[in-house]
Each structure stands twice: as structure tokens, then as C-alpha cells.
Design a protein around this ligand. Sequence first.
Ligand SMILES: [Mg+2]
Length: 286
Amino acid sequence: MSSTECIVLDFDGTFTRVDDEAVPFVTGFREGLRARVGEAADLRWPALASRVEADPDRYGWEYEGTIVAPSHADPYIFTTTVAQLLLTELGLGLGARTDMLQALYRENYPKSRNVFRNDARRVVETVIATGVPVFVVTNSQTDHVAAKLRDLAPEGLDKLSVRGDARKFVIAEPSRASHTWRELWSEIPETSRIHGLARPIHLHRGHYFDALTRIWDETHTRPENTLVCGDIFELDLALPAQLGARVHLVARPQTPEHERRAARTTPGGGVSQELVGLLDRLELPG
Ligand SMILES: [Mg+2]
């Protein structure tokens, strides 16, 4: 196995107990939705939520009409998925839907609680102590995540670099243009299939690719020497795995079986229920 010279961690759901911390987010999101579209937000919610729960793989977090993460990946995505169906039913076009959902997300994310996984502090401290460069790459805003990490207060926090607004959900071309990375990008198929999921997974996440290649340039490392850890295979791990990085899925009880299987069967992949499983992957004492 190649040595690990760079570690990239997702934040929400990876460090945190997302089901607990998202409760005020969900309340605020639904209030904001009601303020915008009226009582339909409440009247239709139970039926639409049941529709998604009954067939979770058919639905998902849509970005510009393409599903980019499974509906049951976390409460943030589940709420967005149900709201998406509601806005479609109310006749909003793609652009208006996307704008409203992104505004609701931004307004309400800061309300989320700060509930870390029990092993988060210990694992982060152990990983930082290896001296390997460690990055947090997250869709959330850098300031919010940095503030949460200050609450966790792990030793060596100043060595942890947070890269927010990674937009892992955006299907787009990358904007960084070095020849090496262009060549690597050209080898990435637009989609891949994983066992147990009827729809394809989209891999052309250009903003996420830019965030990763920036880190590899800065640290003079390569995908092959990088371990990427996240709680949603499709969003956090599918692209890095295709690029040749090793990946680790930190699952939640609700993590779909197809996501666990994909992480387990990807070359260099692994799964654990707790974040401490990451230390096994790094061959560090837990
Ligand atoms: Mg996450």
C-alpha cells in the first residue's frame, strides 16, 4: 500500500452527529419555506416526505436537474429533497427552485447545533499529530466550520486547514488549468454505476476537483498518496476514488447499503460506523 502523505476530511456528518445537530436547521428551513410559499409548505410536507422515504433511491439532492447525492444521506439533504418536490409541484422552474433552496440552506445552516461525534476530538488530534498535512474540505462556509472546530478545540488545530464552499454538488468543468490536472480530468468518465443503485453517479464535479488539485499542488502530493474521508460516498468519495485516492466512508445508521458497498468494494476503500475507524486505515492506534 502506498504511504499516506495527505489527508482530506469532510466536515458535516463526518466529524459531527448530523441527525442531532440538524434539528434547528430543519425547523428554520421549513419556517422559511412557509414564509415564501404559504401553507402548502405544511399541508403537502407529510405526503411528499413519505414519497421520498418510500423510494429513497429514486429521489435525491438535485443540482440543476441532476441528482448529486442520495435523499437519505443526511437531514440537510432529505429536507432539501422534499422541498424540491414541493416547489416543483407548485410550478417553480429550475432556476427559481435552485435559488430558493440555496437561500434557505444558507439562512438556516448557521442555526445547526454543534454536536460532535464522541470520538471526533481524539481522532482529529491523532491525525494532526502524524504531521501529515490535513485539510477539511466542506460545502459549508469556512467561517462556520472554523468556529465549530474552535469549540472542539483539538490540540494542533492551527495545523488543520479548512477549505469551505467546496461545492462538491456542482456538476461543472474545473477552472484550474494545469496540463497535468487537465489530463487527469479527461480520464474521468462523466458517470459511474454502483451496485444496488439504479441511477448513475455523476463524477464531473469540477469545483471539488479544483479544491483537491489546489491541495495537491500546495502539498506536492498526489491522489495516490491521499486518503479522503467523508460520510456520503456519492458526494465526498466517488470522484476522489476515481482519481486514484484511497477513500473511507464514516457511515451513519441511515447510510444506504449501496453507499457502504461502494466504499467497501472500491480499490483502496473502507467503511466504519465510527470516525475512529479512520485511524485503522492510517494504521494508527485508536
Ligand atoms: Mg458530510
